[in-house]
Design a protein around this ligand. Sequence first.
Ligand SMILES: [Fe+2]
Ligand SMILES: [Fe+2]
Length: 385
Amino acid sequence: MFDVTEFDVTVFGVSKTDTLSTPVSDHPSGGPMSPLATAPSPATSRARAERAAEPPTAQRVVIRTRAEYEQVLRQLSEASVARHFDAFVDVPWDDPDFQVRKDDPRWVLPAHADPIGAHPWYQALPLERQIEIGLWRQANVLKVGLQFENVLIRAIMQYVFALPNGSPEYRYLSHEATEECHHTQMFQEAVNRIGADVPGMPRALRALAPVLPMLVNSVPVIFFLGILAGEEPIDHTQKEILRAAENLPPVLARVMAIHIAEEARHISFAHEAVKLRAPHLKPISRHLTALVLPLLMRYLCDAIMVPPREFWERFDIPEEVKNDLFWDSPQSQERLQNLFGDVRMLAEQSNLMTRASRKLWRKCKIDGPASRYRSEPPPAFLSAA
Ligand SMILES: [Fe+2]
Ligand SMILES: [Fe+2]
């Protein structure tokens, strides 16, 4: 029998002290740079001068040298070798406890981590209907996740094609693509076993999927931010579910625990790739990227978190409930803001939080305090703990 405690979340990268998700110091207090740091470049001096003109922020801009960046990539590559998972070895799909049953109340959506699960309309439904919606909802989130991963794998292949011999980026990104292939297999197998014929992303984004990987060479910072926009909401939600989970379906708990463990490395990489490049963008590019960032986060978050049209039609959900859920009620607004604490931290650290972009974060309803460290639990969780 599978024991969920075997997948203690603190082992898998959820804990504050996780070393995979924080592979190097970010020097948030403005402390001394690593001995690997080199003398500041003109771009660095310009970034610092511009930073002085910004309002005070919770996080300081972090200037990464290429040597520091490559050292992180080597650490991440070694971590990928030391701990990795196979979709058909590490998930016991045929274990009796892993079978998906349509009468299993553990598929009811958790109120603490899913806006649908928290809504009185959902909670008033008969149990069988709550389970049916829960199965469809979880399957669709997994499907969107694997579609994002598919785009990322194709972009990685395109990006590494032109890298020079000996590049640490080549090795790390190949590990990441390998892991994402396993995730797509694992997620698709879970969708198949749930048995809901879900579409995943909204139709418009599915139509764009063939061209998105091409962005990686022309606008790498925006592409890496887009990857984060796909990874952060899923990762954050899965951590929220696992942190407070008492009675999850074992198959879902296992898939989420494996994903969170490997995603910690992927998100670390995306943060480092942005921190290496963004502070050195030309002022116009930096300001434009800063403006694109909250729009990208909000658009792609909605693509993941808000179910597609098929969901609302299939379950005949009233319009006012839909509006409440995403994101009109005070609780769902707070939930939306909490998804992006780590990205706000990255925006501050990579000099992408400008006066104008700060207004756009507010307009997109995803403003709020920046995390002090990666994966910092939201205030509501801390006060409940
Ligand atoms: Fe993944
Ligand atoms: Fe990933």
